[in-house]
Design a protein around this ligand. Structure first.
Ligand code: AMP
Length: 417
């Protein structure tokens, strides 16, 4: 049964907490952005303040085995500083029995990078390039078999399990999902995870209408599942950014050098037809700010989206498109935004994305619920200073996208089961 972190009695108990401490490090192993550590602090502090002890586990990077470069020892000092207590370190996450057993209330043990073991992800490593299907199958079976012991060992350290790693919730890994089975009565979401799950519910299950999704970014192919799932939920679907040009070309438009995917044209046509059939207002760009080369200082000119000259490339949403989108966004009660509507990394082509951020903020102020999630749109709102003007900014790019695609997240399901 799922417990709640606020009502669970942590006194005298050891909590094993899966966090996402996969933070960027510079060449001297200094943390360059500690957002992910700070995001887990409310959960970690809650356990300590309630008389529990903490066993913290995480992955860092993508090591293919034990590799000091990816050691979590690099972050001990910072985690300790953030928590305000010393942090002990277990150099092998599979040999921490004694350290875990000796933990007293208020104490903290950080386990070494879980991904030093192939069992964390349950995927075989070191397979020869020319391995046969039989060999691949055998290697997979072997790692799956030893994964059981791996999970059991981690679980043996603690009395309860908390998952606060939304960024890896879309993976059915040992520490993100499988371990929950060992705590049938003592498993729960951390605060971050709870907020993320609630944000998804707010848009996908309990949306107030009109519900508008703004989907931008570079490729239709990477958001096909997202668009298809949203078509049965939203009233308005704004498609902008690089991916919009495939829809324009599919309808016979001249898009010049703009980004597009010819092989996705049938899908684009299918989406247009489905939107019509379902009564979804699918709003594409009507005009574009184009450039002649892909750089900030290239000459800019606005063109009708169906008539971009051969040697120009659509790089941002033009005011005519933004006017349409503004009306839609400001009349919405629920807004989901994923992906910039232009090349926002180049200041001269960031105006469209900035305008969208302004409209979403304005709608939020007027009472709409807004969720910004998945990849670059998060970077965009943060960079533009709008992160605290929307209802929620998701921390989990891939996990949020999979949730919006309608997929069940194993890390969430394992707790809710
Ligand atoms: P995604 O990761 O799919 O959300 O895509 C984000 C990327 O799309 C950003 O790096 C943007 O620069 C890029 N992008 C948005 N609009 C355009 C465009 N019109 N042409 C080329 N790239 C674009």
């Amino acid at each position: 049964m799922q417990q709640h972190i606020d009502s669970y009695d942590f006194a005298g108990k050891k909590a094993i907490v899966r966090v996402d401490f996969n933070v960027p490090l510079d060449e001297n192993f200094n943390i360059t952005d500690d957002t992910r550590i700070r995001a887990a602090l409310p959960t970690l502090k809650k356990v300590l303040a309630s008389g529990g002890a903490l066993i913290i586990m995480s992955h860092l990077g993508r090591p293919k085995g034990v590799n000091p470069k990816f050691s979590l020892k690099h972050i001990i000092g910072h985690v300790s500083e953030c928590l305000g207590v010393p942090v002990q370190f277990a150099e092998d996450c599979q040999a921490a029995d004694e350290q875990a057993a000796a933990l007293k209330p208020g104490e903290v043990l950080l386990l070494e990078n879980l991904r030093f073991y192939a069992e964390e992800e349950g995927k075989p490593r070191g397979l020869a390039e020319d391995a046969t299907d039989e060999e691949k199958k055998a290697a997979k079976a072997a790692v799956k078999a030893s994964q059981k012991e791996f999970v059991k060992k981690l679980a043996s350290y603690a009395d309860c399990y908390i998952n606060d790693a939304f960024g890896t919730a879309h993976r059915a890994h040992a520490s993100t999902a499988l371990i929950a089975d060992y705590f049938p009565q003592d498993k729960m979401f951390g605060y971050l995870m709870e907020k993320e799950v609630k944000a998804i519910d707010n848009v996908l299950r309990n949306a107030e209408h009109p519900f508008t999704a703004i989907i931008g970014g570079s490729k239709v192919s990477s958001k096909l599942g997202v668009i298809k799932n949203l078509l049965s939920k939203v009233d308005n679907l704004i498609i902008g950014g690089g991916m919009g040009y495939t829809f324009i070309k599919a309808q016979g438009g001249k898009i010049g050098l703009s980004l597009h995917e010819d092989e996705l044209i049938p899908d684009a046509l299918e989406i247009l037809a489905e939107a019509k059939e379902k009564g979804v207002n699918l709003s594409l760009s009507v005009a574009t700010v184009a450039g002649q080369e892909f750089n900030n200082d290239t000459p800019r000119q606005v063109f009708d989206i169906f008539n971009i000259p051969d040697d120009w490339e659509g790089m941002d949403a033009a005011p005519e498109s933004l006017e349409n989108w503004k009306k839609i966004i400001l009349s919405s009660k629920t807004i989901l935004w994923n992906g910039p509507v232009g090349v926002f990394e180049l200041p001269n082509f960031a105006k469209g994305t900035e305008a969208i951020a302004t409209y979403v903020a304005e709608a939020t102020e007027a009472g709409a619920y807004s969720l910004v999630g998945g990849g670059d749109s998060v970077a965009a709102v943060t960079k533009m200073g709008f992160a605290d003007k929307v209802s929620y900014v998701s921390t989990g790019g891939g996990a949020m996208l999979e949730a919006i695609e309608g997929k069940t997240l194993p890390g969430v399901a394992a707790i809710e089961a």
